[in-house]
Design a protein around this ligand. Structure first.
Ligand code: ADP
Ligand code: PEP
Ligand code: CA
Ligand code: MN
Length: 660
């Protein structure tokens, strides 16, 4: 299928139509752990061959060695009791902790060179050694500790080595790891479910797709059974949330080194001491994405299932290897936990801070520009995607960024371009076979090509990623594929609530399964797939916080100008940046505004560096009649989408919608 796209014979063809068959999963399971070729795509198989397969004999020798060593510590560990949410300050009893420590030191004792495969090179890094005190938790969860080889918080280089050896990854010229997610290259929102159970059902937002507890158990068992067939199982322990008061401990258990490295980049990396004291995680992800869900299990509608269980504090992934499911899964957890347990507001936004301390939030659904616009040389980056607004200010949930790579250009987006180096993961990006230069123009695998890098790879990142400031500006990013919304307008408080609840944008191709061209959508709170509670709970918290802090609210259209998708063009990035600069410099505070018809948006009449016909969409369209019709069509869509909120909002908020 893709071969035709690659006229240049030096380019590796990294996907083929046949690579998406479910057959590969079967093969994966049927192969013994010793001689498995875990690649899930044709591309990965191809690369594995290049890298040289691991021989069955070698693997089984290593496995036997591993078995002997593990047996030394088996049984030495007392089972820790399950902790409630937030066991930051370890809640294990002293006795349990003591026996865990004893086990840990026994484990350390067997960590002799040559005995343990892939022992970490850096001895200051407590990695597998610490598994001793966690072994009981794994056995209890159903892991076959006599068989699998757990690698916890393995060094980045080792995850590279494993991904190259077993998954067909390659190293890009810049040192980044190029990897492939197989059939699924974007999120699968239709296959994402939340378990309906008594601990969280009172906060149920009616927007979630339900799953029952029993089905969760079945899928969880399936995931663990699959992981038990693997030679290597990767564990990453880290934190979500930079504010120590509100952070949670997250454990990721995955069959692919690339998934462990992804979460190493995306979670907050623990110090050696924090890792040593990690204890029982608050939330665990079982990522068996290489193995499909059983379509005959009740409620399954495909081979993909992504499911969150608040009672068990667990997430299970089957049938998708798109790494973004994990980070967005943790985000869903925070969208429940932060408001319900702490009274904080979770935000699908990026955040940055100016030299004078002013904080800006950029809300937006995928592809609207959160990551791109928050990476601003004049401002410190707090984070690119997931934040929490607490009474103290704003903190990032994540320890890294996940940037889109399509069309990435060193000149236009230098901060992101330069972050793609050793340790970063390029996902589904093709490359030149000889030079190993990524080809960011190639959308042959997907338009949703990505790079995940630790946030400190952005030069002006603010670490720790938090600000003790209430946001001064909130910017709603919308990517209007109809091309009728102005590139910038100022919203009053009612409009701010209306537009937040509406969450209008166009889905960009690739980020979600099945989206091939910009598709208008109303994704409430600018993130319907991630919210858990009723949308109006987030909306009213936001309104209160903005009012208390005197925050200004801007609507920025990063989508089409001069016509709809197909006729017009995407607003040039340099103009959007100039608009954002004008918000931050205060230029817009003194601007004159003119109200638009239908939507009643206040648009500045002049901005330094922006052509007047770009500021005014009507002027940018050559066909005025088509403009008016499109504007009214969009207004009609807004009115229809807002019907569901009309009874929950004040009449003023309802009246802030378009008038046709
Ligand atoms: N005017 C614009 N503003 C923001 N992004 C733009 C603009 N024009 C094109 N783009 C591109 O759109 C994409 C925005 O994606 P990204 O910043 O990753 O969004 P998000 O983080 O919200 O998912 C990037 O590939 C960026 O280069
Ligand atoms: C990872 C994602 O985030 P975003 O596109 O908002 O950066 C996603 O939506 O899959
Ligand atoms: Ca996002
Ligand atoms: Mn992003």
């Amino acid at each position: 299928m893709l071969a035709a796209k690659h006229a240049n014979p030096r380019l590796v063809v990294v996907a083929s139509a046949s690579s998406s068959s479910g057959r590969l999963h079967v093969r994966d399971l049927a192969t013994t752990p010793g001689d498995f070729a875990p690649a899930a795509t044709g591309a990965q198989r191809h690369h594995s061959t290049l890298a040289g397969p691991t021989t069955a004999r070698e693997s089984s020798r290593r496995r036997e060695e591993g078995d002997k060593e593990r047996k030394v510590v088996q049984g030495a560990v007392g089972a820790p009791t399950a902790s409630p949410w937030l066991c930051n300050s370890p809640q294990m009893t002293r006795t349990v902790q003591k026996s865990l420590w004893a086990a840990a030191s026994q484990w350390d004792a067997v960590l002799r060179p040559g005995k343990v495969r892939n022992a970490p090179d850096d001895s200051s890094q407590p990695t597998y050694g610490l598994l001793g005190k966690d072994l009981a938790m794994f056995s209890e969860a159903g892991f076959d500790m006599d068989k699998i080889h757990l690698k916890r918080n393995a060094p980045v280089a080792q995850l590279y080595e494993d991904a190259i050896k077993y998954e067909g990854a390659v190293i890009a010229a810049s040192g980044a790891l190029i990897n492939f997610s197989g059939k699924k290259t974007g999120r699968s929102p239709k296959d994402k479910r939340i378990v309906y159970e008594e601990t969280s059902k009172d906060d149920w937002g009616a927007i979630n797709i339900q799953m029952d507890e029993h089905t969760f158990e079945i899928n969880r068992e399936r995931a663990i059974d699959y992981l038990n067939t693997r030679d290597n199982v990767y564990v990453f322990d880290g934190f979500a949330g930079w504010d120590p008061k509100y952070r949670i401990k997250v454990r990721v258990i995955a069959s692919r080194a690339y998934h462990a490295l992804f979460m190493h980049n995306m979670l907050i990396r623990p110090t050696a001491k924090e890792l040593e004291e990690f204890g029982t995680p608050d939330f665990t992800i079982y990522n068996a994405g290489q193995f499909p869900a059983n379509r005959f299990t009740a409620g399954m509608t495909s081979q993909t299932s992504v499911e969150v269980n608040f009672k068990r504090r667990e997430m299970v992934i089957l049938g998708t290897e798109y790494a973004g499911e994990m980070k967005k899964g943790i985000f869903s957890v925070m969208h429940y936990l932060q408001p319900v347990k702490f009274g904080n507001l979770s935000l699908h936004s990026s955040a940055n801070q100016g030299p004078d301390g002013d904080v800006s939030l950029f809300f937006g659904l995928s592809g609207t520009g959160k990551t791109t616009l928050s990476a601003d040389p004049r401002r410190a980056l707090i984070g690119d995607d997931e934040h929490v607004w607490s009474d103290n200010g704003v903190f990032n949930i994540e320890g890294g960024c996940y940037a889109k790579c399509v069309g990435l250009d060193a000149e236009k987006e230098p901060a992101i371009f330069n972050a793609i180096r050793f340790g970063s993961i390029l996902e589904n990006v093709t490359y030149d076979y000889a030079t190993r230069e990524p080809n960011y123009e190639d959308t042959g695998i997907t338009e949703n090509t990505r790079c995940a890098y630790p946030i400190e790879y952005i030069d002006n990142a603010k670490i720790p990623c938090m600000a003790n400031e209430q946001p001064k500006n909130v910017i709603y990013l919308t990517c209007d594929a109809f091309g009728v919304l102005p590139p910038v307008s100022l919203l009053d408080s009612n409009q701010a609530q209306y537009w937040f609840l509406s969450g209008y944008t166009s889905k960009t191709p690739g980020t979600e399964d099945g989206i091939a061209e910009p598709t208008p959508t109303f994704s409430t709170c600018f993130g319907a797939p991630f919210i858990i509670l009723h949308p109006s709970r987030y909306a009213s918290m936001l309104a209160k916080k903005m009012e208390a802090a005197g925050t200004r609210c801007w609507l920025i259209n990063t989508g089409w100008v001069g016509g709809a998708f197909g006729t017009g063009k995407r607003c040039p990035l340099k103009y959007t940046r100039a608009i954002v600069d004008a918000v931050h410099s205060g230029e817009l505070n003194n601007a004159d505004f003119k109200e638009t018809p239908v939507f009643g948006l206040k648009v500045p009449t002049k901005i330094e560096g922006i052509p007047d016909d770009v500021l005014n969409p009507e002027a940018a369209w050559s066909d005025k009649k088509a403009y008016q019709q499109t504007l009214e069509k969009l207004a009609g869509m807004f009115n229809k989408a807002f019907e569901r909120y009309s009874t929950e909002c004040s009449p003023e908020v309802v009246a802030a919608g378009p008038k046709i």
